[in-house]
Design a protein around this ligand. Structure first.
Ligand code: GLU
Length: 469
Protein backbone atom coordinates (compact mmCIF):
# COMPACT_ATOMS: atom_id res chain seq x y z
CA UNK A 1 0.00 0.00 0.00
CA UNK A 2 1.36 3.42 -0.92
CA UNK A 3 1.73 5.78 2.02
CA UNK A 4 1.44 9.55 2.04
CA UNK A 5 4.58 11.66 2.51
CA UNK A 6 3.52 12.57 6.05
CA UNK A 7 2.86 8.91 6.91
CA UNK A 8 6.34 8.09 5.57
CA UNK A 9 7.97 10.68 7.84
CA UNK A 10 6.01 9.34 10.81
CA UNK A 11 6.99 5.75 9.99
CA UNK A 12 10.65 6.77 9.86
CA UNK A 13 10.23 8.53 13.20
CA UNK A 14 8.71 5.42 14.75
CA UNK A 15 11.57 3.25 13.49
CA UNK A 16 13.91 5.39 15.62
CA UNK A 17 11.76 5.55 18.75
CA UNK A 18 12.13 1.76 19.14
CA UNK A 19 15.75 2.39 20.09
CA UNK A 20 14.96 5.19 22.53
CA UNK A 21 13.94 4.96 26.20
CA UNK A 22 11.20 7.63 26.23
CA UNK A 23 7.54 7.40 27.22
CA UNK A 24 4.74 7.14 24.67
CA UNK A 25 3.41 10.53 25.77
CA UNK A 26 6.70 12.31 25.14
CA UNK A 27 7.10 10.59 21.76
CA UNK A 28 3.58 11.60 20.71
CA UNK A 29 4.29 15.18 21.80
CA UNK A 30 7.43 15.32 19.68
CA UNK A 31 5.85 13.56 16.71
CA UNK A 32 2.59 15.42 16.05
CA UNK A 33 2.17 18.76 14.25
CA UNK A 34 1.30 21.50 16.77
CA UNK A 35 -0.55 23.96 14.51
CA UNK A 36 -1.91 23.58 11.00
CA UNK A 37 -3.22 26.75 9.35
CA UNK A 38 -4.99 26.34 6.03
CA UNK A 39 -6.15 29.53 4.41
CA UNK A 40 -7.81 30.76 1.22
CA UNK A 41 -7.72 34.34 0.06
CA UNK A 42 -8.78 36.19 -3.08
CA UNK A 43 -6.26 37.90 -5.37
CA UNK A 44 -7.05 39.71 -8.62
CA UNK A 45 -5.14 38.24 -11.58
CA UNK A 46 -3.60 40.25 -14.44
CA UNK A 47 -6.99 40.45 -16.22
CA UNK A 48 -8.66 41.80 -13.07
CA UNK A 49 -10.50 38.53 -12.39
CA UNK A 50 -10.64 37.22 -8.82
CA UNK A 51 -8.67 34.03 -8.16
CA UNK A 52 -9.09 32.15 -4.91
CA UNK A 53 -5.67 31.09 -3.64
CA UNK A 54 -5.17 28.11 -1.32
CA UNK A 55 -2.23 28.30 1.09
CA UNK A 56 -0.80 26.76 4.26
CA UNK A 57 1.52 27.30 7.18
CA UNK A 58 2.25 24.41 9.50
CA UNK A 59 4.21 24.77 12.74
CA UNK A 60 5.27 21.30 13.73
CA UNK A 61 7.07 21.88 17.02
CA UNK A 62 7.38 24.78 19.45
CA UNK A 63 10.01 23.17 21.69
CA UNK A 64 12.30 25.98 20.52
CA UNK A 65 11.29 29.36 19.13
CA UNK A 66 11.01 30.73 16.56
CA UNK A 67 9.80 27.94 14.31
CA UNK A 68 11.53 27.83 10.97
CA UNK A 69 11.02 26.51 7.47
CA UNK A 70 10.62 27.45 3.83
CA UNK A 71 7.61 28.38 1.73
CA UNK A 72 6.91 26.22 -1.30
CA UNK A 73 5.08 27.42 -4.42
CA UNK A 74 3.69 24.53 -6.45
CA UNK A 75 0.34 23.75 -8.01
CA UNK A 76 0.07 20.29 -6.46
CA UNK A 77 0.78 21.04 -2.78
CA UNK A 78 -1.61 19.78 -0.14
CA UNK A 79 -1.85 19.74 3.65
CA UNK A 80 -0.23 16.31 3.97
CA UNK A 81 2.88 17.45 2.13
CA UNK A 82 3.27 20.65 4.18
CA UNK A 83 2.84 18.69 7.42
CA UNK A 84 5.52 16.21 6.33
CA UNK A 85 7.92 19.00 5.40
CA UNK A 86 7.25 20.90 8.64
CA UNK A 87 7.98 17.76 10.68
CA UNK A 88 11.20 17.19 8.75
CA UNK A 89 12.26 20.76 9.60
CA UNK A 90 11.99 20.05 13.34
CA UNK A 91 14.31 17.05 13.06
CA UNK A 92 16.60 18.80 10.59
CA UNK A 93 17.16 21.75 12.92
CA UNK A 94 17.85 19.42 15.85
CA UNK A 95 20.36 17.31 13.89
CA UNK A 96 22.49 20.34 13.01
CA UNK A 97 22.00 22.16 16.33
CA UNK A 98 19.99 25.03 14.92
CA UNK A 99 17.87 26.23 17.86
CA UNK A 100 14.49 26.41 16.11
CA UNK A 101 11.28 24.41 15.95
CA UNK A 102 10.14 23.15 12.54
CA UNK A 103 7.59 24.74 10.21
CA UNK A 104 6.71 24.89 6.54
CA UNK A 105 4.48 26.95 4.30
CA UNK A 106 3.00 26.48 0.87
CA UNK A 107 0.97 28.33 -1.71
CA UNK A 108 -0.87 26.37 -4.37
CA UNK A 109 0.45 28.25 -7.38
CA UNK A 110 2.79 27.49 -10.27
CA UNK A 111 5.74 29.87 -9.97
CA UNK A 112 6.90 29.15 -13.54
CA UNK A 113 3.65 30.02 -15.30
CA UNK A 114 2.43 32.85 -13.04
CA UNK A 115 3.36 36.43 -13.92
CA UNK A 116 5.71 38.33 -11.61
CA UNK A 117 3.10 41.00 -10.68
CA UNK A 118 0.64 38.22 -9.75
CA UNK A 119 3.33 36.40 -7.73
CA UNK A 120 3.99 39.65 -5.87
CA UNK A 121 0.31 40.23 -5.07
CA UNK A 122 -0.10 36.63 -3.88
CA UNK A 123 3.08 36.74 -1.77
CA UNK A 124 2.19 40.01 -0.08
CA UNK A 125 -1.35 38.82 0.67
CA UNK A 126 -0.02 35.51 2.01
CA UNK A 127 2.35 37.48 4.28
CA UNK A 128 -0.61 39.58 5.49
CA UNK A 129 -2.56 36.42 6.34
CA UNK A 130 0.41 35.12 8.35
CA UNK A 131 0.75 38.46 10.19
CA UNK A 132 -2.98 38.55 11.04
CA UNK A 133 -2.86 35.09 12.61
CA UNK A 134 0.51 35.59 14.34
CA UNK A 135 2.18 32.96 12.15
CA UNK A 136 5.24 35.10 11.33
CA UNK A 137 7.74 37.17 13.32
CA UNK A 138 11.43 37.09 14.30
CA UNK A 139 10.57 35.35 17.59
CA UNK A 140 7.52 33.44 16.35
CA UNK A 141 7.91 31.77 12.96
CA UNK A 142 10.50 32.65 10.32
CA UNK A 143 9.89 31.52 6.71
CA UNK A 144 12.57 31.09 4.03
CA UNK A 145 12.78 30.01 0.39
CA UNK A 146 11.89 26.51 -0.75
CA UNK A 147 10.83 24.94 -4.07
CA UNK A 148 9.44 27.68 -6.36
CA UNK A 149 10.49 30.64 -4.17
CA UNK A 150 13.72 32.63 -3.71
CA UNK A 151 15.20 35.93 -2.50
CA UNK A 152 12.65 37.95 -4.51
CA UNK A 153 9.66 36.46 -2.65
CA UNK A 154 11.48 36.88 0.68
CA UNK A 155 12.06 40.57 -0.08
CA UNK A 156 8.29 41.04 -0.66
CA UNK A 157 7.58 39.31 2.64
CA UNK A 158 10.04 41.38 4.68
CA UNK A 159 8.74 44.56 3.05
CA UNK A 160 5.11 43.68 3.86
CA UNK A 161 6.00 42.71 7.42
CA UNK A 162 8.11 45.84 8.11
CA UNK A 163 5.50 48.20 6.73
CA UNK A 164 2.84 46.73 9.05
CA UNK A 165 5.14 46.42 12.09
CA UNK A 166 6.58 49.89 11.79
CA UNK A 167 9.34 50.49 14.32
CA UNK A 168 9.83 46.82 15.25
CA UNK A 169 13.58 46.76 15.79
CA UNK A 170 14.14 43.15 14.71
CA UNK A 171 11.68 43.16 11.81
CA UNK A 172 14.38 42.07 9.32
CA UNK A 173 14.59 38.75 11.16
CA UNK A 174 10.99 37.84 10.20
CA UNK A 175 12.19 35.89 7.16
CA UNK A 176 15.53 34.55 5.87
CA UNK A 177 16.96 33.97 2.41
CA UNK A 178 16.55 37.68 1.67
CA UNK A 179 18.67 39.49 -0.93
CA UNK A 180 21.96 40.62 0.64
CA UNK A 181 21.01 44.29 0.19
CA UNK A 182 17.84 43.75 2.21
CA UNK A 183 19.22 42.08 5.30
CA UNK A 184 20.30 38.81 3.68
CA UNK A 185 23.65 37.14 4.24
CA UNK A 186 26.46 36.21 1.85
CA UNK A 187 26.45 32.49 1.10
CA UNK A 188 22.72 31.82 1.73
CA UNK A 189 21.87 31.23 -1.96
CA UNK A 190 24.39 28.43 -2.38
CA UNK A 191 24.11 27.16 1.23
CA UNK A 192 22.04 24.02 0.64
CA UNK A 193 24.23 22.84 -2.27
CA UNK A 194 27.39 23.66 -0.32
CA UNK A 195 26.05 21.71 2.67
CA UNK A 196 25.32 18.74 0.40
CA UNK A 197 28.93 18.90 -0.77
CA UNK A 198 30.44 19.18 2.73
CA UNK A 199 28.19 16.34 3.90
CA UNK A 200 28.99 13.92 1.07
CA UNK A 201 32.68 14.79 1.27
CA UNK A 202 32.64 13.80 4.93
CA UNK A 203 30.81 10.54 4.12
CA UNK A 204 33.50 9.76 1.52
CA UNK A 205 36.29 10.61 3.95
CA UNK A 206 35.65 7.48 6.07
CA UNK A 207 38.03 5.05 4.43
CA UNK A 208 36.51 1.89 5.94
CA UNK A 209 33.02 2.83 4.69
CA UNK A 210 34.35 3.51 1.19
CA UNK A 211 36.35 0.26 1.13
CA UNK A 212 33.16 -1.63 2.00
CA UNK A 213 31.58 -0.12 -1.14
CA UNK A 214 34.64 -0.98 -3.24
CA UNK A 215 35.58 2.70 -3.49
CA UNK A 216 38.56 4.80 -2.51
CA UNK A 217 38.52 7.52 0.15
CA UNK A 218 37.55 11.09 -0.81
CA UNK A 219 35.09 12.75 -3.14
CA UNK A 220 37.61 13.21 -5.95
CA UNK A 221 36.82 11.19 -9.06
CA UNK A 222 33.45 9.93 -7.77
CA UNK A 223 30.97 9.57 -10.63
CA UNK A 224 27.84 11.53 -9.78
CA UNK A 225 24.31 11.78 -11.15
CA UNK A 226 22.25 14.82 -10.22
CA UNK A 227 18.46 15.05 -10.53
CA UNK A 228 17.28 18.67 -10.61
CA UNK A 229 19.12 21.76 -11.77
CA UNK A 230 17.29 24.29 -9.60
CA UNK A 231 19.09 26.25 -6.90
CA UNK A 232 20.06 23.17 -4.86
CA UNK A 233 21.01 20.94 -7.83
CA UNK A 234 22.96 23.68 -9.58
CA UNK A 235 25.06 24.56 -6.53
CA UNK A 236 25.57 20.92 -5.60
CA UNK A 237 26.91 20.35 -9.13
CA UNK A 238 29.17 23.39 -8.80
CA UNK A 239 30.77 22.35 -5.50
CA UNK A 240 31.03 18.69 -6.52
CA UNK A 241 32.81 19.69 -9.75
CA UNK A 242 35.15 22.04 -7.85
CA UNK A 243 35.84 19.23 -5.36
CA UNK A 244 36.93 16.92 -8.21
CA UNK A 245 33.82 14.72 -8.59
CA UNK A 246 32.77 13.73 -12.11
CA UNK A 247 29.17 14.64 -13.00
CA UNK A 248 28.12 12.02 -15.54
CA UNK A 249 24.40 12.77 -15.80
CA UNK A 250 21.94 15.57 -15.05
CA UNK A 251 18.16 15.15 -15.05
CA UNK A 252 15.27 17.61 -15.13
CA UNK A 253 11.57 17.09 -15.72
CA UNK A 254 11.95 17.36 -19.53
CA UNK A 255 14.57 14.58 -19.73
CA UNK A 256 18.16 13.79 -18.82
CA UNK A 257 21.60 13.88 -20.41
CA UNK A 258 24.54 11.54 -19.92
CA UNK A 259 28.25 11.58 -20.71
CA UNK A 260 30.54 9.03 -19.05
CA UNK A 261 33.49 11.39 -19.45
CA UNK A 262 31.74 14.06 -17.39
CA UNK A 263 29.50 17.06 -18.09
CA UNK A 264 30.42 20.72 -17.69
CA UNK A 265 27.60 21.73 -15.30
CA UNK A 266 27.86 25.45 -16.13
CA UNK A 267 27.69 24.84 -19.90
CA UNK A 268 24.68 22.53 -19.33
CA UNK A 269 23.00 25.22 -17.21
CA UNK A 270 23.58 27.87 -19.91
CA UNK A 271 22.37 25.46 -22.62
CA UNK A 272 19.12 24.89 -20.70
CA UNK A 273 18.67 28.60 -20.17
CA UNK A 274 19.14 29.29 -23.87
CA UNK A 275 17.10 26.39 -25.32
CA UNK A 276 14.60 25.74 -22.51
CA UNK A 277 15.74 22.12 -22.22
CA UNK A 278 18.65 19.98 -21.07
CA UNK A 279 18.27 17.74 -24.10
CA UNK A 280 20.58 17.91 -27.12
CA UNK A 281 23.54 19.16 -25.11
CA UNK A 282 26.59 18.82 -27.42
CA UNK A 283 28.52 15.60 -26.78
CA UNK A 284 25.95 14.10 -24.39
CA UNK A 285 23.45 11.26 -24.88
CA UNK A 286 19.77 12.14 -24.41
CA UNK A 287 17.66 10.09 -22.01
CA UNK A 288 14.08 10.96 -22.96
CA UNK A 289 12.72 9.41 -19.78
CA UNK A 290 14.05 11.60 -16.99
CA UNK A 291 13.65 8.85 -14.37
CA UNK A 292 16.06 6.60 -16.26
CA UNK A 293 18.89 8.79 -14.96
CA UNK A 294 18.18 7.56 -11.42
CA UNK A 295 18.99 4.03 -12.53
CA UNK A 296 22.38 4.79 -14.07
CA UNK A 297 25.56 3.20 -12.78
CA UNK A 298 27.39 5.75 -10.58
CA UNK A 299 29.09 6.23 -7.22
CA UNK A 300 26.81 9.00 -5.95
CA UNK A 301 23.20 9.72 -6.88
CA UNK A 302 21.89 13.12 -5.78
CA UNK A 303 18.12 13.59 -6.03
CA UNK A 304 17.80 17.37 -5.72
CA UNK A 305 14.23 17.86 -6.92
CA UNK A 306 11.13 16.68 -5.09
CA UNK A 307 9.91 13.92 -2.76
CA UNK A 308 9.07 10.32 -3.70
CA UNK A 309 11.53 9.78 -6.54
CA UNK A 310 12.97 6.46 -5.37
CA UNK A 311 10.15 4.16 -4.34
CA UNK A 312 9.51 0.43 -3.91
CA UNK A 313 8.86 0.40 -7.67
CA UNK A 314 12.34 1.47 -8.87
CA UNK A 315 14.54 0.88 -5.77
CA UNK A 316 15.69 -2.56 -6.90
CA UNK A 317 17.00 -1.06 -10.16
CA UNK A 318 19.14 1.65 -8.50
CA UNK A 319 22.83 1.03 -9.21
CA UNK A 320 24.36 3.95 -7.30
CA UNK A 321 26.62 3.08 -4.35
CA UNK A 322 25.49 6.09 -2.32
CA UNK A 323 22.39 8.28 -2.43
CA UNK A 324 22.64 11.81 -1.07
CA UNK A 325 19.21 13.27 -0.38
CA UNK A 326 19.56 16.92 -1.39
CA UNK A 327 15.77 17.21 -1.76
CA UNK A 328 13.31 16.58 1.05
CA UNK A 329 11.94 13.03 1.07
CA UNK A 330 13.21 11.70 -2.30
CA UNK A 331 13.54 8.13 -0.95
CA UNK A 332 10.23 6.65 0.23
CA UNK A 333 10.05 4.64 3.46
CA UNK A 334 9.23 1.48 1.45
CA UNK A 335 12.31 1.95 -0.75
CA UNK A 336 14.74 2.34 2.15
CA UNK A 337 15.03 -1.34 3.22
CA UNK A 338 15.40 -2.41 -0.42
CA UNK A 339 18.31 -0.01 -0.85
CA UNK A 340 19.84 -1.06 2.49
CA UNK A 341 19.67 -4.69 1.40
CA UNK A 342 21.65 -3.80 -1.73
CA UNK A 343 24.29 -2.19 0.51
CA UNK A 344 23.57 1.33 -0.77
CA UNK A 345 24.35 4.11 1.73
CA UNK A 346 21.46 6.58 1.91
CA UNK A 347 22.51 9.90 3.43
CA UNK A 348 19.24 11.33 4.79
CA UNK A 349 17.68 14.67 3.84
CA UNK A 350 17.27 15.92 7.40
CA UNK A 351 21.05 15.97 7.65
CA UNK A 352 22.28 16.44 4.10
CA UNK A 353 20.14 19.38 3.01
CA UNK A 354 20.35 21.19 6.35
CA UNK A 355 22.86 23.69 4.93
CA UNK A 356 20.01 26.01 3.93
CA UNK A 357 18.50 26.31 7.36
CA UNK A 358 21.94 26.46 9.00
CA UNK A 359 22.85 29.56 7.02
CA UNK A 360 19.33 30.91 7.58
CA UNK A 361 20.17 30.71 11.28
CA UNK A 362 23.33 32.76 10.65
CA UNK A 363 21.25 35.29 8.71
CA UNK A 364 18.73 35.56 11.56
CA UNK A 365 21.59 36.08 14.05
CA UNK A 366 22.97 38.82 11.81
CA UNK A 367 19.54 40.49 11.68
CA UNK A 368 19.14 40.39 15.47
CA UNK A 369 22.65 41.69 16.10
CA UNK A 370 22.30 44.41 13.44
CA UNK A 371 25.89 43.99 12.29
CA UNK A 372 27.59 42.13 9.46
CA UNK A 373 29.78 39.19 10.54
CA UNK A 374 33.45 40.12 10.40
CA UNK A 375 32.84 43.88 10.41
CA UNK A 376 34.59 44.44 13.72
CA UNK A 377 37.35 41.87 13.35
CA UNK A 378 38.47 41.65 9.71
CA UNK A 379 40.93 44.58 9.68
CA UNK A 380 42.23 43.78 13.14
CA UNK A 381 43.03 40.21 12.09
CA UNK A 382 44.71 41.43 8.91
CA UNK A 383 46.86 43.98 10.73
CA UNK A 384 47.99 41.42 13.33
CA UNK A 385 48.77 38.82 10.67
CA UNK A 386 50.67 41.43 8.69
CA UNK A 387 52.81 42.32 11.74
CA UNK A 388 53.61 38.64 12.35
CA UNK A 389 54.49 38.11 8.68
CA UNK A 390 56.79 41.15 8.73
CA UNK A 391 58.57 39.79 11.79
CA UNK A 392 59.02 36.36 10.19
CA UNK A 393 60.38 38.02 7.03
CA UNK A 394 62.87 40.06 9.06
CA UNK A 395 63.97 37.02 11.06
CA UNK A 396 64.37 34.71 8.07
CA UNK A 397 65.51 37.30 5.54
CA UNK A 398 63.00 35.78 3.08
CA UNK A 399 60.08 37.59 1.42
CA UNK A 400 56.63 36.10 0.98
CA UNK A 401 55.21 36.20 -2.57
CA UNK A 402 52.15 38.37 -3.21
CA UNK A 403 49.90 35.29 -3.32
CA UNK A 404 51.36 33.94 -0.05
CA UNK A 405 50.97 37.35 1.59
CA UNK A 406 47.35 37.58 0.52
CA UNK A 407 46.44 34.13 1.87
CA UNK A 408 48.30 34.61 5.15
CA UNK A 409 47.03 38.03 6.11
CA UNK A 410 43.49 37.81 4.80
CA UNK A 411 40.99 38.42 7.64
CA UNK A 412 37.68 36.57 7.62
CA UNK A 413 34.80 38.36 5.89
CA UNK A 414 31.13 37.45 6.13
CA UNK A 415 31.22 34.79 3.41
CA UNK A 416 34.35 33.12 4.87
CA UNK A 417 32.68 32.91 8.27
CA UNK A 418 29.43 31.55 6.83
CA UNK A 419 31.28 28.87 4.85
CA UNK A 420 33.41 27.92 7.84
CA UNK A 421 30.38 27.77 10.18
CA UNK A 422 28.55 25.57 7.70
CA UNK A 423 31.54 23.26 7.18
CA UNK A 424 31.93 22.80 10.94
CA UNK A 425 28.20 22.12 11.32
CA UNK A 426 28.04 19.50 8.55
CA UNK A 427 31.17 17.65 9.71
CA UNK A 428 30.11 17.50 13.37
CA UNK A 429 26.57 16.40 12.58
CA UNK A 430 27.74 13.56 10.34
CA UNK A 431 30.13 12.28 13.01
CA UNK A 432 27.27 12.26 15.52
CA UNK A 433 24.91 10.39 13.18
CA UNK A 434 27.54 7.87 12.09
CA UNK A 435 28.57 7.23 15.68
CA UNK A 436 24.94 6.59 16.67
CA UNK A 437 24.50 4.28 13.66
CA UNK A 438 27.62 2.26 14.46
CA UNK A 439 27.01 2.07 18.19
CA UNK A 440 23.30 1.12 18.13
CA UNK A 441 22.82 -2.59 17.72
CA UNK A 442 20.26 -3.31 15.01
CA UNK A 443 20.07 0.29 13.72
CA UNK A 444 18.99 -0.29 10.11
CA UNK A 445 20.20 2.86 8.39
CA UNK A 446 21.64 6.37 8.75
CA UNK A 447 18.15 7.91 8.65
CA UNK A 448 17.08 6.02 11.75
CA UNK A 449 20.32 7.13 13.42
CA UNK A 450 19.69 10.76 12.41
CA UNK A 451 16.15 10.56 13.86
CA UNK A 452 17.60 9.15 17.08
CA UNK A 453 20.08 12.02 17.34
CA UNK A 454 17.31 14.56 16.68
CA UNK A 455 14.71 13.05 19.01
CA UNK A 456 17.22 12.80 21.87
CA UNK A 457 18.01 16.51 21.60
CA UNK A 458 14.34 17.50 21.41
CA UNK A 459 13.47 15.24 24.36
CA UNK A 460 16.21 16.94 26.38
CA UNK A 461 14.75 20.36 25.70
CA UNK A 462 11.33 19.18 26.92
CA UNK A 463 13.01 17.88 30.06
CA UNK A 464 14.73 21.24 30.51
CA UNK A 465 11.38 22.99 30.12
CA UNK A 466 10.20 20.82 33.03
CA UNK A 467 7.31 19.43 31.01
CA UNK A 468 8.48 15.83 31.21
CA UNK A 469 10.61 15.42 34.33
N1 GLU B 1 13.51 25.34 2.62
C1 GLU B 1 14.77 24.98 3.18
C2 GLU B 1 14.67 23.60 3.82
O1 GLU B 1 13.84 22.80 3.47
C3 GLU B 1 15.34 26.05 4.09
C4 GLU B 1 14.53 26.38 5.30
C5 GLU B 1 15.02 27.60 6.07
O2 GLU B 1 16.06 28.15 5.73
O3 GLU B 1 14.33 27.98 7.01
O4 GLU B 1 15.48 23.24 4.63
Amino acid sequence: MAHSFYQDVMRNFEKATKFLPYSEGLMATIKECNSVYKMSFPVKDDEGKIQLIEAYRVEHSHHKLPTKGGIRYADNVDQDEVMALAALMTFKCAVVDVPFGGAKGAVKINSRTTSVPMLERVTRRYAMELIKKNFIGPGIDVPAPDYGTGPREMSWIVDTYSSIKDGELDALGCVTGKPVGQGGIQGRTEATGLGVFYGMREVCNFEEDMTALGLTKGIEGKTTVIQGLGNVGYHTAKFFAEGGAKIVAIAEYEGAIYNENGLDYEAVFQHRKATGSLLNFPGATNLENSNAALELECDILIPAALENQITAENASRIKAKMIGEAANGPVSADAEPILAQKGIIVVPDMYLNAGGVTVSYFEWLKNLSHVRFGRLTKRFEENSANDILKMVEEMTGKKATDVQRKTIIQGAGEKDLVYSGLEETMINAYHEIRHTYKSTQGCPDLRTAAFMVAVKKIATSYELLGIFP
